[in-house]
Structure formats: C-alpha cells, structure tokens
Design a protein around this ligand. Structure first.
Ligand SMILES: Cc1cc2nc3c(=O)[nH]c(=O)nc-3n(C[C@H](O)[C@H](O)[C@H](O)COP(=O)(O)OP(=O)(O)OC[C@H]3O[C@@H](n4cnc5c(N)ncnc54)[C@H](O)[C@@H]3O)c2cc1C
Length: 390
C-alpha cells in the first residue's frame, strides 16, 4: 500500500539520489577499508534512513510493507554494506519492539533507534543454534526481580557497534524447542556483556558482524520484550516474517544494478571485432537475468501488498526470501561471466557484488530452511482445502 503517491515518490527520488551520488562513489573505499565513513553515517541519519519502518509516533516514517520494499530495492543498488549500517534499526533490531514491546519500552528505545543515534542488533543465533534456532542454550535465571543471563551469540550483525541488544534466552531451563524462550533488551555497558572484534568476512566489508558474550548479565524483569516471559520465540518469528519481505527487496536491488552493469560491459567490451553484447549467448545471460529480476520484484511487491491488506503471508514471505536471494546469486554469477576475467579481479563491481550477495542465501533462514517451510505450508494448505471440500 502506498499511502501518498506524491510524497512517497519524493522520498524514493531522494533515496535514489543519495545512493547514486554519495554512496556509489564510496563502494571501493568501503570494501577496502572495511569501514563506512562516519560522515556518511551522519547523512544516513539526517535522511531518516534508520527509522523508515518505525511508527511515526516514535520518530520514524512508519512506511508500509510495500513502501519499505520499494525503498529497499533502491537502497540495495549500492553495495549492500551501506544498507546493513541502518537496516538493523529499520528491520530486525527494532521490529521485536514494534510488534511486541510495552508502551514504556517503545517510548524509551524506538525514538533513539529511529534517529540512528543508537544502533540495535538482533541476537538469536548461537554456536549450536543456527538453522535450528529453537536450540537456544543461553539461559536466563530469575533472581528476585531480576534475571541473570549467561550464554554466547554468534554472527550478529552490528554487534560490535550496537548500543542495544535484543537477546533471546531460555527462561524455563526445563523446556526444549520454541517454548520457554524470552527476548531481553540489554544496553551496552551492562556488566558481563561484551562484544569481541568483528569477524573477517567474504564480503559486505564495512558491515561489522560479531559475537555477543553474556557472562552473568543482570537485567530487571522489565527488560523482557512485552513484559511477558516465554513469548520470545513467537516475537522473533513475527519480526523475521516481516524481515523476509524486506530482505527479498534487498536482494532485488543488487540484481537490478548487476543487470545494468552487465549491459554496459557487454556494450563496451569488444571481441572478434564487435561488442560482446552482440553475441546471442551473452544476450541470453542478460535476458535471463532481467526476466528473473522482474519476477522477483513482482513477487516481493505482491506479497508486501497482501501483508498491508492484513493477509497472512507467512508462506509467501518465505517464497520471497528464497526466490529473490537465489535470483540474486544467479545474476551475480552471470555478471562475473559477462565481465570475463575482469569480473574475477578484485575491485571489479561484479567481483564485489558476487562476494557480497552470497550471504543472502545463508542468513535469515537458509534456502533449505525456506524450502522446508514452503513445502510444509503447501502440504497443510492442500490438506485444509481437501477437508473443507468434504
Ligand atoms: C554475516 C552474517 C550475519 C548474520 N547476522 C545475524 C544476526 O544479525 N542475528 C542472528 O541472530 N543471526 C545472524 N546470522 C546467523 C544466520 O542467520 C545463520 O548463519 C543461519 O541461520 C544458518 O545457521 P548456521 O550458520 O548455524 O548453519 P547450519 O544450521 O549449521 O546449516 C548448515 C547447512 O545445513 C543446512 N541445514 C540445516 N538444517 C537443515 C535441515 N533440517 N534440512 C536441510 N538442510 C539443513 C543449512 O541449510 C546449511 O546449508 C548471520 C550470519 C552471517 C554469516
């Protein structure tokens, strides 16, 4: 749903201008130095990029799912690390609070997240709890009005620079699986919470990702998201369900950019006395890529509209994430092919995106996890339809 087409077109044009004129020229530098200059982060703040999904009542833009998807398709046409800087705040790092936070928690944290003065992170994954996120080993033991949290989180985006951590921990140690898990809001500086330096990664240089160590971290019971114990996994799934549509949009942007880059290269590179783009086998790579980009974009926007209309899009969100991330990977692979040997050399746009977008098929549910989810829900839907017909 686009609420006000005129003002939204202006917002989209501003974002596009920022991405093209201020971020794109920095891509190589950020990849090499593994750091986004603070001046550019400040520009992201003044443009309101940290608060796009946060309700207007808390200082954000309150974008609808469709509006956010369109913005995501724009912001991800530059190296995805730029989006990762603010994307947590306008995605999984704020969504738990938006969907399930108490009025006091929202009042306290959302305005800071929306302004970008505070960076948030979403700490679910653990060394033994990856695809099986319900296998949480982090424990929160009640002590009077407090909880004492001990455990370890890994691969957490923005953990090394975050000021607010949404940490999932088991409050009922005797339980297994999705029950008995609670989500806690923990501030940096709380004794016992530490974050080792960022990992070195294949791509997305400039986006710090690291561990969160929790060594007997004492927090008040009021730090539980929503104030109710045992609801944490449900909260995580609600946040991730919306995030899958966001992430799918973030996979479409790089694929659009790579089709553009492929075409330019195919037109300028001459072999056998003519542009390589004149060869039909090269045209095939471009045509297949652009067709898949259009299909992914259409699926993402249709799902976003359905969500805005109040429909349950749990299965479709999984389809969006699976399809768009796989498309993005295929397009990046073809881009390297169209660039030839040059596409394998460091600092080439195809080489950089190829490394950056590999992550999309791994995090926020691997492709295999989404396939399993889609199959399960498809089977259930057919069974329900059969039952209704009898
Ligand atoms: C750069 C980066 C940033 C991240 N950011 C965050 C973050 O901000 N917050 C957070 O909580 N997590 C984050 N993650 C973690 C990410 O979500 C996990 O890596 C992901 O869920 C996969 O878990 P795993 O790495 O343990 O893989 P594993 O679960 O060990 O999977 C290994 C392989 O086995 C397959 N597999 C597993 N189970 C099954 C099954 N039942 N059937 C078929 N195949 C299966 C997987 O698909 C995969 O191919 C991030 C990861 C990375 C790399």
């Amino acid at each position: 749903m686009i609420r006000n087409p005129q003002s939204f077109a202006k917002l989209l044009a501003d974002v596009r201008h920022f991405v093209r004129t201020e971020c794109m020229p920095m891509e190589e530098l950020v990849d090499r130095t593994d750091e986004i200059p603070e001046g550019l982060v400040e520009r992201m703040r003044t443009m309101g990029l940290f608060g796009h999904s946060i309700p207007e009542a808390y200082g954000g833009a309150g974008l609808t799912t469709e509006e956010l998807a369109l913005v995501n398709i724009e912001v991800s046409q530059v190296a995805t690390t730029f989006r990762a800087r603010f994307g947590g705040n306008t995605g999984i790092a704020s969504e738990s609070l938006v969907v399930d936070g108490t009025p006091e928690q929202k009042e306290k944290w959302l305005p800071q997240l929306a302004s970008g003065r505070l960076t948030g992170c979403f700490a679910l994954t653990e060394p033994e709890a990856g695809s099986d996120a319900t296998a949480q080993k982090t424990i929160a033991v009640r002590d009077g009005h407090d909880f004492i949290i001990t455990g370890q989180k890994c691969y957490i985006t923005n953990a090394p620079i975050a000021g607010l951590f949404t940490v999932f921990a088991r409050t009922e140690p005797q339980t297994q699986g999705a029950t008995g898990i609670s989500a806690f809001l923990i501030e940096r500086g709380t004794p016992g919470l530490s974050t080792p330096p960022s990992y070195r990664k294949m791509g997305q240089h400039g986006s710090p990702v690291g561990e969160v160590i929790l060594d007997k971290v004492r927090v008040p019971a009021s730090a539980i998201v929503g104030g109710v114990e045992g609801q944490g996994f449900r909260t995580a799934m609600k946040a991730l369900n919306k995030q899958r549509i966001n992430l799918a949009g973030l996979c479409v942007g790089p694929a659009i950019r790579l089709v553009d880059e492929m075409v330019r290269r195919a037109q300028s590179r001459q072999q056998f006395g003519q542009p390589v783009g004149d060869f039909q086998l090269v045209q095939q790579m471009i045509a297949e890529s652009n067709t898949e980009v259009h299909a992914a974009r259409a699926l993402v926007l249709e799902t976003a509209r359905k969500r805005d209309a109040g429909e349950d899009v749990t299965m479709e969100a999984s389809m969006c994430k699976l399809f768009a991330s796989e498309v993005c990977g295929r397009v990046a692979d073809r881009a390297v092919q169209v660039f030839g040997g040059n596409g394998y050399i460091a600092d080439n746009v195809a080489e950089r995106f190829y490394r950056d977008v590999r992550l999309f098929r791994l995090y926020e549910g691997t492709s295999q996890t989404h396939l399993i989810n889609i199959a399960k829900r498809t089977v259930a839907a057919v069974a329900a339809a059969d039952q209704a017909a009898t």
